[in-house]
Every structure is written in structure tokens, then in C-alpha cells.
Design a binder for this molecule. Sequence first.
Ligand SMILES: [Zn+2]
Length: 482
Amino acid sequence: MTAAGPQPGQPVVFRNATVLTMDDSHAVLTGTDVLVDGERIAAIGTGLAVPDGTAEIDAAGGVLMPGMIDTHRHMWQTAMRGYGADWTLTQYFVYYYLTWGKKFRPQDYYAGNLLAAIESIDAGVTTTVDWSHGLQTTEYADAAVDALESVPGRFVLAYGNIHQGSWEWSTTPEFRDFYSRRIDGKGDMLGFQIAFDLPGVEGFPEKATFEVARELGVKVTTHAGVWGATSDVGITQMYEGGYMTPGTVYVHAASLSPDSYHKIAATGGFTSISTESECNAGQGYSPTWKLRRYGIPVSLSQDTSVWWSGDIFNAMRATLNADRAMEHFEAHGAGNTVTNHILRAEDVVDYATRGGAKALGLDSVVGSVEVGKKADLVLVKNDDSPVGFPILHPYGHVVFQAGRGDVHTVVVNGTVVKHDHKLVGVDLGRARAAIDETISYLQAEHGPEEWENGMHPEIPSHETLANPYTYREDASTWKESE
Ligand SMILES: [Zn+2]
């Protein structure tokens, strides 16, 4: 291997890895080699013979797994990374839907998408759904796709526009023209979904958008079961209209009735669960503990970097936390003790890889480490970290021990896009310049006071309980040292 790392087009072999295949049997292989030749995984085995000129990556002490998949991220909002850390969902809606969201220009979409796309591949997220819901015109959509296509990741553009009814924008000639110009025929590197929500508008005008999706042969993704925004009414409209079709993605699905969950399960729907989002913003309690009972398949997502990040390690960890927390909470309420967990580290790794591939109709393409699949791979390995060893429970290691800083190598569609902890051929400076320009523009539009206020919403009044006990120094083992 040259000092520059594997070159484009050069076959690559990972040597001596612990491999989480995520195949149907969830085989975990140790001391195993994985050969990537062209776009695909060419061979898996021990002591593999490889073609002349193959680049070798020492994967000993590391975990090789399928590239992770984020099925719902508002990538444009990465331009404002972290700005809404203390927001509720209401504040988010007021900010983006009703006030400042409309100020974004196409170049701001470009900036946010570019940074988010780079963040994805850096973190081992090889497929990201760009839930792009502020595309005021197709000029915005062109900017969004320009950014995605300039980064060597796999993406799905989920086209949406919160500033109009979906039945308005989705039925225009411009929308059709955009689809044929930029999406149709792009294959599995740039997929497409139509993204809109069903708040229960009388007369079900969204029917027109479902018809467009049907004509184009593309799937729908929708924020469903979001407390205060979308409810069982939207699910009923879809069901009665015959639009709950297989492959529809229900994002959050946090606050629905048993009847709606049964409908999702029975019609071949998938969910996209953003546990950090549901736990912080208020869509409803992150629902994997319910979805398991209905047999509804789960994929993971991080929603938006205006609060959180593009880090699917966090999504896996948060999902296990929320699911187990609810199990314990429910049990304690009934006076019981949970002695065995149902949801395992293995399950959330599946949600983050194979689950995402299934939700996006890409299961025959990516999502597992199997010969013949496209090579989207992540090597988690950090020889300089005290957290890098021992690796005793590889799933548990990935979920609770590792983080995106431990992503050593990333392969997308057979090309090494990150090697030895460094992105390959990615110009972060270009993204930084674009973001700087966007932030200067947004700050000027807001003015200094509005800009600060937007970040620091009012804290509601809350009281500390009166304590019936009084502190007495002689009753404590603690003594103040002067
Ligand atoms: Zn969302």
C-alpha cells in the first residue's frame, strides 16, 4: 500500500477483521479478510488470495461492518449546526416553518447539504436520506443535488417543500422536469422519495401527491405520529385512499393509536426512528418498544444537526437507552423487575445498517457484508485509543464503546472515501467557506439580538420542592474544610 492510501479503482482487501456481516444469519466472522474489487464485495474468507496491485488494509483489532444508513436527515439545516440545542419542536416549527426558514437561499441549501454530506461519510454513514423539505423552487433542489453529487456518498433526495401544500408543488411541470433532469436514471447512488406530511387537511388534497409518486414509481416518506402535528387522521386518510403502500417510510411514528400501528405493519411500511430527536423535541416517546410488539421494521435517523449530529453511533445508543428505559419504567410501575432485556446491541446495529437498506428498497444493493453486494463498508478501529480494546462483544463495542472518531476507513460503492481516519479527496475548506458565507448572511438577516434570542428560548418557571429536612452539620460526615 502506498503512503497515499488506496487509489480510486484499485482493489482493496481488509485483512484479519472481526466482521459483522449483518447477513440473514447475522454471522460474526473473526480473523477474516474482505476483498473489494470494482464496486462490489468480491470475496470474504481467511487468507484470501487477491489480485496483483490490491491495496491492503490491516483490520486486525477492528470491526468491519456495513456502511451505516440514515433514513431521515434535514441536511440543509446542518448550515446552522447546534443552533437549536435547547429548542422544543414548537420552537423548531416557528423558526423554520413560519419565520426564518424561508430566508434560506439556494446557496444556503448547498452549504448545509455539502457539510452534512461530508459529515455523513466521515462518520461511516454511507447512505443518507436528505429529507429536504424547504425546496421553495427547483432552483433549491438543484442546489441540494449539486452538493450531494460533489461528495462521494450514497444519497436519497427526499423532495419536499414546507412552504406550500404538497399538492401544489408536486403537480407542477417544474417538479417533473427536475425529476427527469436530475434523478431519473441515476441508479442506486442517488435515489428519490417524495417527502410531505399529513396534518389532516380536510378533503385530503395530498391525494394528488400520492398520485404523482405512483406515476413516477417513487416512495413516500412522511413525518407520522408527531405529537401536535400529525396524527391517526393522516394515517386514516392514507389507508382509506389506498396509499399506505409497501416501502412507505413513517418518520418518528411516535404517537399513533394501536390501529394505526397495525395498518403500518399490515401494509409493508417501514419506520425511521430518530431517538435523540423524539426524546428531546417532543414528537412522542421514541417508539421502538411499541413497534417491536407490532412487528414494524425499524431504521434509524438523526433528523437534523440544528440540534444533534449526523452520528449514527448516537442513534444506536440512544435507541437502546430509550427502549430499555421504557421497559424498566413500565415494569417498575407494575411493581416488577426486568431481568432480561429484549432489545440487544445486535438489534440496533441491524436497525442502523440492514434496517435502513430495507426501508429504502436497497436491500439487494447494500446493508450487509456479503459477496456480490455493493461495497459500502466501515472499519471501526482506533489503535491509538484506550477504547480500542479489548473487543469482546463486537456489537456492544460498536454501540456503547466506539464513536465516529473511531471510524478508520470508509468505502462507498467500492471507493475508499476515508482512510486511516482521514477523508480522501474531500475539500473541507470549500464547505467551510460556503458555511461562513451562509452564517454571515443569516446573522445579518436576523440582526444580533434576534440571532441570540433564537438560540436561547425562555426557560419556563419551575420550582424546587420544599424540603422537609434541614441540614445539620453535626448529622453529616461532611465537614467544611477551611
Ligand atoms: Zn424530520
